[in-house]
Write a protein that binds this ligand. Structure first.
Ligand SMILES: [Zn+2]
Length: 471
């Protein structure tokens, strides 16, 4: 149920987290003037991400990608509120290249080279580079630079690839954009800002901000100059000292991560064949299959086969999850797993999800998402959402009206729909609960199970009661 095409337009919720009071001694960071809209950043980033993914081999290892994603999500939750753009969709992928490099695109797509993970001496060092990259995105440096009419330098190591991006077929829109090159070389001023904001994000996410400085030393020691990170991110003269000075004023939050995880991931990577360099990748001229322009998780962690629909009963033990950067807390049966499907998050038992006709399909489970709507009326906004779902699911029927209920203490609407599962052909019941977020967007929970399987009713009810919104 629920093909993801219908969900693409929906934006993920980025929670506004409470940040520690900024000490006066911290260096202030501000936006530069920018004549482009936030939507321009998103659009440019999406096009560039699609192109980048056709040019770079992604490391298809869900353990590694999931790990980098976890670190990335903690960092994104640590972005100070004045630099959070709820419309941005940050996501993190690993490129199977050995150069010590990483890059982020406007609006949030981010790529970390395998070489970067292998070179870092700790999770904090890897997180440092990611926090720096996230800062370029949050500060909207790409379009700010375009506003100034500055000419972009193309990255040394992948110049050939960037050239293809400009001239290649199928990127007409991008080539017509006034800022056609997405792999930017930033000025030293922007670099300093990304270091300062990066240090702040590190502290908020529970990392020692000095690890950002340490990573630059690690990169230098390992020769990250030519074609690597330091050629794309020119070093301000006192970079190391400056980050460490900034770190004195920052209070490091507790870190929720598992400190042994980094070593396990490095060990795993050592088991792979040596990765090609970016230059070798460029020379090979090979193209790779491109997934969805956003999110694109299903292509990586979905089984290729359709869901069997044969699943275990929900466990009576429950596990807590924080999703949407901590904006939503929820408790689900411990034998279900989290699957990120573009802008929604599913919790499903094994056997309940897979692909059918190239689409993600679910037979049992609960999902959460945020729909962008201009409709301030809960019932009309919900109807708009149902109409959107019906576009991607032609068998979807509403069964009567709405019932009032509560979700996380807020007024909510409950409705029941029926559908025929694309993969199994079985009739299924879809329960939809919607409520409004403080910013006016529509938060929803969808629960799906075959019509004749009532064993999931209790679980869905418990999940619904466990939802806490922290927006
Ligand atoms: Zn930089």
């Amino acid at each position: 149920m629920f093909k993801r095409q219908a969900l693409i337009a929906w934006v993920a919720l980025v929670a506004i987290t409470v940040m520690p009071f900024s000490a006066l001694a911290q260096t202030p960071v501000k936006y530069h003037s920018n004549k482009y809209s936030v939507q321009d950043d998103i659009k440019l980033g999406r096009q560039a991400a699609q192109e980048a993914e056709s040019q770079f081999p992604l490391l298809r290892d869900e353990n590694v990608r999931g790990y980098v994603e976890d670190v990335g999500r903690r960092l994104v939750a640590g972005i100070p509120s004045e630099f959070q753009h709820p419309e941005f969709q940050y996501y993190f992928k690993v490129v199977n290249a050995r150069d010590i490099n990483a890059f982020a695109l406007p609006g949030g797509p981010m790529y970390v080279n395998r070489g970067m993970i292998e070179a870092a001496r700790s999770e904090g060092e890897m997180a440092g580079v990611m926090a720096h990259e996230i800062s370029h995105v949050a500060l909207r440096h790409g379009t700010a630079q375009a506003t100034k009419g500055q000419k972009y330098s193309i990255l040394g190591g992948i110049a050939g690839i960037a050239g293809t991006i400009l001239g290649g077929p199928g990127v007409g829109q991008l080539a017509q954009a006034p800022f056609a090159v997405y792999l930017l070389k930033f000025s030293r001023e922007y670099e300093t800002e990304a270091d300062i904001l990066g240090a702040r994000i590190m502290a908020n996410a529970g990392y020692d901000p000095r690890d950002l400085a340490n990573m630059f030393q690690t990169i230098e020691r390992q020769g990250g100059g030519g074609g690597g990170f330091l050629s794309d991110h020119p070093s301000p003269s006192d970079r190391y000292a400056r980050i460490n000075r900034e770190a004195q004023y920052l209070r490091v939050s507790p870190n929720s991560g598992d400190s042994r995880q980094f070593a396990r991931i490095q060990e795993r990577l050592r088991g792979y064949q040596r990765a090609p360099s970016m230059a070798e990748i460029a020379r090979s001229g090979q193209r790779y299959p491109v997934g969805e322009p956003t999110g694109n998780y299903p292509n990586e962690n979905y089984p290729n086969n359709p869901p069997s629909g044969r699943v275990a009963y929900p466990s009576s033990r429950y596990q807590n999850y924080n999703i949407f950067n901590g904006g939503v807390q929820v408790s689900v049966p411990s034998n279900w797993r989290q699957v990120n499907d573009n802008n929604s998050v599913w919790f499903v038992p094994d056997g309940a999800y897979g692909q059918y006709n190239g689409q993600a399909v679910y037979t049992h489970g609960a999902s959460f998402g945020v729909a962008q709507t201009s409709n301030r009326n809960l019932q009309s906004a919900t109807q708009e959402l149902i109409n959107g779902l019906a576009q991607g699911n032609t068998n979807l029927r509403t069964n009567g009206g709405y019932q009032r209920t509560t979700l996380s203490g807020r007024t909510a609407l409950f409705s029941t729909l029926s559908n025929v599962n694309e993969a199994t052909g079985r009739p299924e019941t879809v329960r939809l609960v919607t409520t409004q977020l403080r910013n006016g967007q529509l938060f929803y929970m969808i629960a799906v199970a075959p019509q004749n399987e009532r064993g999931f009713d209790n679980a869905f009810e418990q999940i619904l009661r466990s939802v806490r919104l922290n927006d």
